[in-house]
Design a protein around this ligand. Structure first.
Ligand code: ASP
Ligand code: MG
Length: 264
């Protein structure tokens, strides 16, 4: 079993999703695959501004519109004929709208509200991508990570309940091994035992992939990025970066410590 993770930049447009699907397709033969996906592009940043009681005063109406158009356009570019996916997007957006008007706005509930709202980025991305992979003929099981990654109720930084998580994830094994070509789930989000949504902290999807890999005793975790590998500097800021083909763990940790988000 292998775990793949695709971050926001790897699924930020219809073309990026097509590229991701090609990567998945190429690896289908070798071993069962579990695929973890983040919210598309900068969706989490946008959703943060829609959280009731958040201090940001940017026009929420405009942002809500932007969120909808962005996801609908990607979905219709990938699957012009597919009404079912637009219907699923409707359902998720109505749920989001309902939360945005009904959640409490006081400071004490801010972290709780944050998690109930921002999880929609990953729910939208994985819903669209699962539909697309199935359209391509890749037999994909969409799974709700909130039922798999069980956490305590520290909203915005849920701490993993390892026993409960391992039990839930192990239940997935027959589907992964026998029935489906891939199991697709959300990074970043988890759930409490009483059914509330939690998140694992910003940029938490790599962690989700690692949790799944650990509990499934996977042979590897691959964090697919929009760079060719480990570089000696951030290519967003430097043109002449050099790829590092091997690096000892302690130096990798040092890189992470000094801010290389590639290995959060
Ligand atoms: N979507 C979340 C974030 O932007 C999680 C992740 O991308 O890892 O922080
Ligand atoms: Mg990310």
């Amino acid at each position: 079993m292998k775990v793949f993770k695709f971050g926001g930049a790897s699924v930020n447009s219809a073309d990026a999703v097509r590229n991701m699907a090609q990567i998945v397709q190429k690896h289908l033969e070798s071993t069962p695959l579990v695929v973890v996906v983040s919210a598309m592009g900068k969706t989490t940043n946008l959703l943060e501004k829609l959280v009731p009681g958040s201090s940001d005063i940017t026009s929420t109406k405009e942002l809500r519109q932007q969120l909808e158009e962005y996801h609908r356009e990607i979905a219709s570019s990938l699957m012009p004929e597919n009404k079912e996916v637009q219907h699923k997007i409707d359902t998720l957006l109505s749920n989001l709208d309902h939360l945005c008007t009904s959640l409490p706005t006081d400071v004490e509930h801010l972290n709780y509200c944050y998690d109930q709202v921002v999880c929609h980025g990953e729910l939208l991305s994985t819903t669209i991508i699962a539909e697309y992979l199935n359209t391509l003929g890749i037999n994909t099981l969409w799974t709700d990570a909130r039922q798999l990654i069980k956490t305590d109720n520290h909203y915005r930084e849920g701490r993993v309940d390892w026993n409960a998580t391992e039990k839930e994830i192990k239940n997935l094994e027959p589907s992964i091994k026998n029935s489906y070509s891939i199991v697709l789930t959300q990074g970043f989000i988890g759930g409490t035992t009483d059914g509330q949504t939690t998140t694992l902290g910003r940029e938490g999807s790599d962690y989700s992939a690692a949790i799944l890999a650990h509990c499934l005793d996977a042979e590897s975790v691959t964090i697919w990025k929009d760079v060719p590998g480990f570089l000696n500097a951030d290519p967003k800021f430097f043109h002449d970066t050099v790829k590092i083909s091997q690096i000892p763990y302690n130096e990798a940790i040092e890189l992470a410590y000094y801010g290389a988000s590639v290995i959060h």
